[in-house]
Write a protein that binds this ligand. Sequence first.
Ligand SMILES: Cc1ncc(COP(=O)(O)O)c(C=O)c1O
Length: 335
Amino acid sequence: MKQQFLDRNETLQGPSPKALRVLRVFKKNHASTYIPGYYSSLLISALSKKFHIPEDRIILSYGIEDFLSLMFEKVSERKGSILTSEYCYSYYRIHAKFKGVRLLTFRMPEVGDSFTFDIKDCIRKYRAYKPEIVLLASPASPTGNVLSVGELETILKNVRKDCPVLLDQAYRGFEKKYDEKSFLRLLEKYPNLVLLRTFSKYYALAGMRIGFGLCGKNVKKILNYENRFLGLSRVLEETAIAAFNSERYYRRVADEVKRDREYLVSKLRAKGLKVFSSNANFILLKPSPRTVSKMKKIVGKQEMVLVKFFDDGTVRISIGLRKYIDALLKDLKSL
Ligand SMILES: Cc1ncc(COP(=O)(O)O)c(C=O)c1O
């Protein structure tokens, strides 16, 4: 049996019909010519209208990964460090190691059924080590907790205005509660803030690799950043714009994902497992070591794999589709 790994928090309902149509009928001359002009982008105009941010404060990238890679590169050149949270997206650690960047971390204690960010520890570490960049994620991966607007603002107030504060919002759209206006307002107040977003998760376009950053007033200057001379891939730009124009479709899918997430949480809690509350399209569990080994055996025999085992003994499950969740729950019955 060949296993299919669906454990990277993709949205398996797929992109909207409008987005798929762009791919199906993509024009020959759009493939063979550059986007008209230099440093130009169709997507930046669309993003600017959607978020009411001037075009020159938007950065496009091939996924958030592309942008982060550039940031790590810059920090590496300066032999500096990056401050992030204790539990973080695995790429931060992997890439920091690869680039020889020192990754500093602040604490994330468990409170009840959720992880929390220790803001005081974050500020303490910032003052003690003076990192080049502060990198936060909300909803956080793999823990699924969120950073409030107030917490972000406390951090911003304590960070120098020439130190970029990046908020990775890859899982934007799956939160239980979210106040977009207040986050966008911080961009006007703090010139060093970047809200990093992607089309990979909520918009179900992970394979297309489209990301963007909404920036505070000084970010491009601090980073010495310029848009691409010949533009980004046009097929990506057109697909992303079509996805933006399919909000009703994506809201329905996100509602389905959130429903399936809470269903899975309640079923696993009913088995007595420690499951953290999640604001993303995955959940995190902390089973006993014995349960983890039993789970590994069960998951090892599955065809569709939603489950990822981490070295610290925690286990993440991508929500995927209800049919895969039900198959997983059936297989876990003996736990
Ligand atoms: C927190 C976080 N940031 C960024 C990414 C990658 O985003 P992109 O697909 O836009 O590179 C992921 C992917 O899993 C993620 O979990």
